[in-house]
Design a protein around this ligand. Structure first.
Ligand code: HEC
Length: 94
């Protein structure tokens, strides 16, 4: 019985980690896709790590008013990602 519990907990933790990693990869891909139409992602990369999540939220909102094609939910995903992404984060930065 104890063994079964351990297996279940391990499986659950594994799934949780896998979903976190792929959510982050999805957000990075979305950002690279939607934020490279008007300027290079280098413009974003030079600011990674220098802005609070709140300021990134404002930046993304400003890009939406500039014409970036993002739904409200996608804008949140991108802003959350940029708020935590490290300088040089792949695949956004070369
Ligand atoms: C429709 C065109 C367009 C798209 C798409 C776009 N941008 Fe921009 N971006 C601009 C323009 C125009 C400027 C310069 C004027 C300004 O800063 O608003 C700029 C400037 C920037 C800057 C430099 C200014 C600053 O705040 O430091 C950053 C960073 C930036 N964009 C991030 C992004 C991000 C993140 C995305 C994706 C959510 C994105 N951009 C998508 C048009 C766009």
């Amino acid at each position: 019985m104890k063994k079964l519990m351990i297996i279940v907990v391990c499986l659950y933790t594994g799934l949780l980690l896998a979903s976190l990693v792929s959510a982050d990869a999805g957000a990075a891909k979305l950002t690279a896709e939607r934020c490279s139409g008007c300027h290079s992602t280098g413009r974003i990369c030079e600011k990674l790590g220098n802005r609070t999540p709140e300021v990134w939220k404002q930046t993304v909102q400003r890009m939406v008013s500039n014409g970036a094609n993002l739904t409200e939910a996608e804008a949140k995903t991108v802003a959350d990602y940029l708020g935590t992404a490290k300088p040089g984060a792949k695949p956004l930065c070369q």
